[in-house]
Design a protein around this ligand. Structure first.
Ligand code: NAP
Length: 364
């Protein structure tokens, strides 16, 4: 089977980065000590780490490659933009060389490019997608499902989006604003917040800009965290313990201690391939660090869905251009192949049983 898709990723922790390097070296070599990994990683060039086969519930399969750009987990801040952009460029070259027809730009890869696919190498027959439409679809579905489980009425809820003007945040705002009572938008750039507020007001919901990130209004019922922070750092001061919180960040926006004991706080934007995924060599336990099998980020899954559909196109591109129509379309395509909302979990582990969410997730 030829390579149809490629997934460009990077690890969010040193443990994960260390596991990938050990897996690449093979079982015959001693693992490299953690402190040495920190020195070595910046020198490892982007490369194909393993092949991935994704199996659709509709009976199809597609083969792809996982390419790690080896961005060091502590170098995601703006200080390293130049060297990280070179890494993303080289990872894209790997995908083109591998013959991928569609490539997902996972995590910070698309953030570094600011959605501009023109910054990628010349390509012939390889389409790149940020994967953010499917990410938004899973965030939205997660919020709707968690509200239903908790008996909350969406239409009367106050929803705060942190990182609201970003690609993921603004896509979530467009999808959810018509469903909730009031929307609060938070980010740092006031001009972009005002532009989004003006756009959303046409969807009949009450929209407000919240500039103070140190203390949020206490009447917030739902929070979506979609800020591109380089490490977990947001505290959500002022937000009630009962609020439903979806942390869609990669790396996570929230400190692990915040979500540990809260059953209404979940990691969002994730999907589960119910037909299964196989990795060669078998890096499933290394690349899937979620507490459920066959779970991946929406951005990576979007490339797989497009490959299964034979739609080798730049499905999600630019920044702040995600529409409700595209989100609904990619969600329907994903569901057709049994790629569904992942079961809920947070830093404390699973929030509900695997059986329950696996059967519920693809039912609707
Ligand atoms: N779960 C998944 O499958 C998945 C998929 C794709 C992306 N992601 C993650 O989702 C997050 C957002 O991605 P994106 O593509 O939407 O990024 P983006 O387009 O760069 O947007 C980032 C947003 O965060 C805001 N922001 C940055 N730092 C902030 C801070 N300290 N406080 C408040 N707001 C801040 C930005 O606005 P200002 O600069 O004006 O503050 C902007 O609104 C990233 O962590 C990304 O890795 C997750």
């Amino acid at each position: 089977m030829s390579t149809e898709f490629a997934l460009i990723g990077h690890q969010e922790s040193w443990d994960a980065a260390s596991d990938v390097v050990s897996a690449l070296r093979g079982p015959d070599h001693q693992p490299i000590p953690k402190d040495e990994i920190r020195e070595i990683l910046p020198w490892i060039p982007p490369r194909v780490v393993c092949h991935v086969d994704v199996h659709s519930k509709a009976g199809y399969s597609s083969r792809g490659s996982y390419i790690d750009s080896f961005i060091p987990p502590d170098r995601l801040s703006s200080n390293y933009v130049r060297e990280n952009l070179i890494r993303v460029h080289k990872a894209a070259e790997c995908a083109i060389r591998a013959g991928a027809k569609v490539v997902s730009l996972g995590g910070f890869s698309s953030i570094l490019l600011e959605g501009s696919l023109d910054k990628l190498p010349d390509r012939d027959g390889t389409a790149f997608t940020t994967g953010n439409s499917l990410t938004v679809a899973f965030v939205v579905e997660g919020i709707v499902k968690m509200c239903a489980q908790q008996g909350r009425e969406l239409a009367r809820s106050v929803m705060l989006i942190v990182g609201a003007t970003g690609d993921v945040g603004s896509g979530c705002a467009r999808c959810l604003a018509p469903m909730v009572g009031r929307v609060l938008l938070h980010a740092r750039n006031v001009g972009r917040l005002d532009t989004l507020k003006n756009e959303l007001e046409s969807s009949y919901s009450q929209v407000e800009v919240v500039l103070d990130g140190e203390r949020f209004p206490a009447d917030v019922d739902i929070v979506i965290c979609a800020a591109s922070v380089a490490s977990p750092s947001l505290l959500l001061k002022g937000i009630s313990q009962d609020a439903i919180v979806c942390d869609a960040g990669y790396p996570k926006n929230l400190l692990p201690s915040l979500s540990m004991h809260r059953k209404t706080m979940f990691h969002g934007g994730l999907g589960q391939v119910t037909g299964g995924m196989t990795f060669a060599p078998d890096l499933s336990g290394v690349l899937n660090r979620h507490p459920f099998p066959d779970v991946a980020h929406g951005c990576l899954l979007e490339g797989m869905v497009l490959a299964l559909e034979g739609r080798y196109e730049e499905y999600s591109k630019g920044r702040g251009l995600i529409t409700v129509k595209k989100v609904e379309e990619i969600h329907a395509m994903a569901m057709r192949h049994g790629i569904c909302l992942a079961p809920f979990y947070n830093s404390g582990g699973a929030i509900e049983s695997v059986e329950m969410s696996a059967s519920e997730g693809c039912a609707g």
